[in-house]
Design a protein around this ligand. Structure first.
Ligand code: EPZ
Length: 430
């Protein structure tokens, strides 16, 4: 089984190029199926989640032409059916974006109830509420969601919780509905805005994305488009925190610094220096980090997808930090592994109380989910001795060439798929 093997201790130094945003790509790829004309997407991350979504789209007749590692042409004029099989939805939760996309275009979608990273209950009641408000009939039988409508009619929808997925799904279902849809209490994440911009580039009329009220005037049809996906806020944030945790000096390039403000602000509170330019952020950490408190919130708050990484960094900061997770109820599953590495962390309800220690020591651990997996790799980079991180399939859902990018910054890390290779690595860096 593939794993990362890491010899900790090197500060990360240098420059790293950030790829396209996974969570924007998933929404945009699904929305590409909403026109019969060809859509060209650039800056697409080559990660497992986007690749599985493209396979799910191919399974219903979408033609996917990979014109480069990060570029794809999509043509959905030959879609044969509107049923997404379990095999895809089991692998990635975001296949459920095809409900909004197919319902919006074909007035019908059938998708197995989603799974995805095990970070909490993750209900989809708000998605269903939105589809229903637009006039769809939504039933769930034997774990399959079936949504159909003779006609979709614009509606005024108030989301009870700020949900990225529901905002995106409702937006797609509404772009070709009759009349105006208003989504109140909408999510404001950068990928919500990116999807709105993409839909508008296809001829949709979406206004207000990035605020909590999104207004959508239905158009008759969408046309082809050429679109470049925004940089990945979370990949960038992960490298920023890795730089800070290893006492390094890293310039994270090809980013939108505005999207990183909540992360930069916390790193400054922890004693790092941050320099922003137009499309890069440099993080310098020259001394031991200091404790701070973090609470995850919807954008522009501190992202839940950065919670494990910042916790790993705070585990070595001087003083006591409290990290509160307010989005998902099961996102501290990595803490046990950190305790095995020497961290002093107690989880009480939705908060982790962290008493910073002087050092971590290497251990054999597993990635419990995507972001926690990345965080444990950071823990390995700062631990004494060797760490091996198993189950890296989770990390590869959302990080392209993670170990290669870290290696180029000076980390001692390798991806191995046999104990013999791990042994070789250990001998090389002993
Ligand atoms: C998206 O998940 C992201 N996934 C997640 O990233 C991210 O953690 C999350 O947003 C929050 O930012 C994608 O974009 C593909 P939500 P999503 O709906 O859409 C509750 C990663 O690591 N809720 O915003 O599933 C829900 O339980 C992944 O890249 C309802 O109650 O998240 C949660 O408490 C993991 N009913 C809160 O809302 C609903 O119908 C926010 O969830 C929907 C959500």
């Amino acid at each position: 089984m593939e794993k990362y093997i890491i010899k900790g201790g090197n500060p990360l130094v240098g420059e790293v190029e950030i790829g396209g945003a996974k969570n924007a790509a998933l929404a945009i790829l699904a929305a590409s199926a909403m026109t019969d004309e060809t859509v060209s997407i650039d800056n697409m991350p080559d990660v497992r989640d986007t690749n599985v979504l493209l396979q799910a789209m191919e399974s219903i007749g979408v033609i996917v032409d990979r014109v480069g590692r990060h570029a794809v042409k999509i043509n959905a004029s030959q879609v044969r059916n509107h049923t997404i099989e379990n095999e895809y939805i089991k692998k990635i939760r975001a296949s459920y974006y095809l409900i909004g996309a197919l319902l919006g275009k074909y007035r019908h979608a059938q998708v197995v109830l989603p799974g995805g990273c095990d970070i909490g209950l993750r209900p989809i009641d708000q998605h269903i509420k939105g589809f229903t408000a637009l006039g769809a009939n939504v039933t769930i039988e034997h774990g399959i969601i079936n949504a159909y409508a003779d006609k979709l009619i614009g509606s005024h929808i108030y989301l009870d919780v700020v949900s990225v997925g529901a905002t995106i799904n409702i937006m797609m279902a509404a772009v070709m509905a009759d009349g105006q849809t208003i989504i109140e209490n909408a999510a404001k994440e950068p990928h919500v805005v990116d999807l709105a911009n993409f839909l508008n580039s296809m001829g949709a009329n979406v206004k207000g994305a990035g605020t909590d009220v999104i207004r959508i005037k239905g158009v008759e049809k969408l046309h082809g488009s050429e679109y470049t996906i925004i940089p990945d806020q979370i990949e960038a944030g992960t490298f920023m925190v890795a730089a800070a945790a290893t006492h390094g000096d890293v310039t994270v390039k090809n980013v939108i610094p505005k999207h990183l403000e909540s992360i930069s602000a916390k790193l400054v509170e922890m004693g790092c220096q941050i320099q922003e330019s137009d499309d890069a952020v440099r993080v310098v950490a020259s001394k031991r980090l200091t404790a701070t408190h973090v609470k995850t919130l919807p954008y522009p708050g501190f992202p839940t997808d950065m919670q494990p990484q910042i916790t790993v960094a705070l585990g070595l900061a001087s003083g006591i930090s409290i990290v509160t997770e307010s989005i998902f109820e099961n996102r501290f599953r990595y803490v046990d592994s950190m305790i095995r590495m020497g961290a002093n962390i107690k989880v009480e309800g939705s908060s982790a109380i962290i008493d910073g220690v002087e050092k971590y020591s290497g251990a054999e651990i597993s990635a419990p989910d995507l972001r926690a997996g990345a965080a444990l790799v950071i823990a390995g980079l700062i631990a004494e001795g060797f760490t091996s991180v198993d189950d890296i399939k989770y990390i590869e859902r959302g990080y392209e060439d993670f170990h290669i990018k870290l290696g180029a910054l000076g980390a001692q890390i390798e991806r191995v798929d046999a104990e013999r290779e791990a042994q070789k690595f250990r001998l090389k860096f002993a």
